[in-house]
Write a new protein. Sequence first.
Length: 494
Amino acid sequence: MRARVKSADLLRGWAIKSVFFAVLAMALLASANAGAQTHEELWNACEGHDDASSDIIISGCTALIDAGQEAPHDLGVALMNRCITYRDKGELDLALADCNKAIDLKPDYPAPYNARGNVYQDMRQYDRALADFDEAVRLEPDDELAWYNRALTYDSMGQYDRALEDFNQLIHLKPGDAAVVNDRGLVYGHERLWDRAIEDYDEAIRLNPKFTTAFFNRGLTYFNKGDLERATQDYDAAIRLDPTFYWAFYNRAALYAGKGDYLHALEDYNETIRISPTFADAFKDRGLAYSEMGQNDRAIADLDQAIALAPKLADAYFDRGLAYQRKDELDRALKDYDKAIELQPDHYKAFLNRGLVYASQGLPERAIEDYDRAIALNEGEPLALSDRCFARAVLSRLEEAMVDCERSLGLDPKNPLALGARALIRLKSGQYKLALADYDDGLNFESSDAYLLFGRGVAKRRLGDTEGGDTDIAEAQRLRANIAEICAGYGITP
């Protein structure tokens, strides 16, 4: 998972009504309707008292705004609170309109600039967001929220040095605040300065030993460093502190899956989905785990659910295509790879796997077109090079094929696919001893590969070792009954 869990302590503690506005006078709002809300009740709603929902907050603020009886000072508060709530709902144009009006009414207060800056940040209009946070800092140099928001904006823009400067200033303003130290660690993480990030998470945990998010972030950082044991320990700690923190279950599941421990991964994915039943990525990744376990029907059911929850999730279509491919339902696999590419045109794995499907269907030219695209998107991918090598070898374009195989083996000398493809080139070129050596090397890494065994058997027979060749061919046919037919399509016959 690649997920950034932000501390809410600093940013969200301020959200509903700015402390920079004076306390409101609570006069009653005259009403002919005895059942109407009082002026105080409307303000309670607008301020989000008693865990009011977004709709209640908006309704209360709207009633106050439309009544036209508020002083400019108080009207600005209502507009800003409604701006913040519209932003929370993702209705950014409405939020922006309200924040603009609030600033027109009170241009000398920092709070509405902070609120509007956050709207601009959500709109990815970072320069405008920075301008608003700059103005908030100018109006109130000790405005902690403005420093925080500006730091986040610089972080979003990839200007990490400036983000760190603002977080350092914020730590000066709020010494001993675990949330701020934690969030500075996030910036170090984005710079891939893992040890500096861990130092900040250590300090955040020292300041607040029950800071779940800091344990989670430190676990993710250890994972990025390749220290899986410490990563697991921190995810365990986060879960102990908050058994409903589904991100920790989700990341721990990914860690287990990466180690091939799919049973423990499934347990954590199950818990993630129990806590967050609309989390599409959890269904997607559980589906992939099922597929890796050979349970492709269960995989497809999960991936169907992921797609229902997130119809534009390209990886869900890719993973479902893989499950269909493993079931030899190649037409369905092609449709899913097509969709993954439509949603994400730079999805090189989808091009690569679609090429494999075309190759399986006896369409090497179309396969090569997809391998070309995969290689253009990721030149350092040895699998795409080895697959294109093999397809070119099948077409007897042997010189081009050899270039691809050598490039692939230069990137990964232990790639059995490239060794098998180069063996095919040498077999077709009559270089039987060299072909035999490549098949031997490939089988050192994939001892039960039917294609490699069949090819080695052919190479042995052509070198006069009929008994040894027949033994390899028989074992290949035991592993895959139609391997002779498949290899005949490649130009390999005993």
